[in-house]
Design a protein around this ligand. Structure first.
Ligand SMILES: Nc1nc2c(ncn2[C@@H]2O[C@H](COP(=O)(O)OP(=O)(O)OP(=O)(O)O)[C@@H](O)[C@H]2O)c(=O)[nH]1
Ligand SMILES: [Mg+2]
Length: 361
């Protein structure tokens, strides 16, 4: 600390000198009026004595010394070594996805748990977690909102949907009671009422009591023509008959997933038809293991799109991802209620991802 006394006329001059000579950090410790010593003191007015002090004082010629060059060098070397460690770690993570360990990052653990609750199959959960593990680790902490973008991105990459453009002939196949006829009625109304298309309906369901009445009721309400066919030949003829329609919707009888002969018999109807969109209709309430069986056993129907019904009856949505994974096919429609024609929407990747991530209200 440096302490100095200043003799000045008044406080204003004193302050200026203190700041000027000791710098802006100086503080005034004491100020008082004093007379000059000797006989002159009687003839001139008393002056002001100011005592001021400052810490870390350097005179103008005495600037603080820069740290020695070796010290700067050491600092840079330490920072470089730290950077090298981070780069090496990132490269390792990139090359080899880490195995699941007991010390899995807490954020990854939460996502794993969430995906399990959504009944995503274990192999897909592992793929997703391994993929995002590169970005989420103990060294690099990201805010939850940013980190979850990586999971969303990985999820989106695995989801497939398709725009509603639609072929002229659309066929609905799938297990019993999943909502094939109801979905057909919803789409028939949508095409005819909202898009102003000419629509013809054909059914080859003459097995179940009441099936025909159900479809006839929809046909009467909407005024759309209905054809009932008994043989594969009849079906081709009916399609021919509706050739003036922009849309021909074909309902089929629900078949038990385990009854392969029945499924194959139905597949026989679908040979030699004009190019068609064939929808595999499945309920969101289907057990995970059964879903795989359905996708396999109905393969002989050559379905090329997926429709999921009864989303209003579940709160787990992993099946959407699982079904796309099992089949490699896109989901086109989702239905979420019994109301015709309202309870249906075109599936889109963001919506499906939001459902699986639990972000959809
Ligand atoms: N909650 C709910 N129920 C639905 C949905 N879609 C259809 N249903 C109901 O599911 C039941 C069966 O529907 P259908 O359309 O007859 O099913 P299907 O697949 O044609 O049945 P089969 O022809 O016997 O194989 C009916 O009670 C429908 O109202 C949906 O999205 N949500
Ligand atoms: Mg039906």
């Amino acid at each position: 600390m440096k302490v100095r006394k200043f003799y000045v006329q008044d406080m204003r001059e004193g302050m200026m000198r203190v700041k000027d000579e000791l710098g802006p950090d100086a503080v005034i410790l004491e100020s008082r009026r004093v007379r000059s010593k000797g006989w002159r003191g009687f003839f001139i007015p008393p002056r002001m004595e100011i005592t001021a002090a400052v810490d870390n004082y350097y005179s103008r010629n005495e600037a603080p010394k820069p740290p020695p060059i070796q010290e700067v060098d050491r600092g840079i070397r330490e920072e470089l070594s730290e950077l090298r460690k981070i780069v090496t770690r990132l490269v390792q993570l990139e090359e080899k996805p880490a195995e699941v360990s007991n010390t899995e990052h807490e954020q990854l653990q939460r996502w794993r748990y969430h995906l399990e609750q959504q009944e995503v199959i274990p192999e897909l959960i592992q793929e997703l977690i391994d993929e995002v593990r590169c970005f989420i680790n103990e060294d690099v902490r990201l805010p939850e909102a940013v980190a979850s973008l990586f999971l969303r991105k990985s999820l989106r990459k695995r989801l497939k949907t398709v725009p509603e453009k639609g072929a002229a002939v659309q066929i609905f196949v799938g297990p019993t009671g999943v909502g094939k006829t109801t979905t057909l009625a919803k789409l028939a109304a949508r095409y005819a009422l909202y898009q102003g298309e000419h629509v013809g309906i054909i059914t080859i369901d003459h097995y179940r009591i009441g099936a025909l009445e159900q479809l006839r009721t929809y046909s009467d309400i909407t005024g759309l023509p209905l054809e009932v066919v008994m043989t594969p030949k009849d079906l081709r003829r009916a399609i021919e008959k509706f050739s003036h329609c922009q849309r021909i919707l074909v309902d089929t009888a629900g078949r038990s997933t385990l009854n392969l002969p029945h499924i194959k018999e139905l597949a026989g109807y679908l040979q030699n038809l004009p190019p068609a969109e064939t929808f595999l209709v499945a309920s969101a309430t289907t057990k995970m293991r059964d879903l795989k069986l359905i996708t396999e056993n109905f393969r002989c129907m050559n379905y090329n799109r997926l429709i999921f019904t009864k989303l209003d009856e579940t709160s787990t949505y992993g099946f959407l991802l699982n079904a796309i994974h099992y089949t490699g096919l896109p989901v086109i429609y989702l239905t979420m209620g019994q109301s015709v024609p309202d309870d249906i929407c075109v599936a889109d990747v963001d919506k499906v991802a939001a459902l699986i991530l639990g972000e959809e209200e």
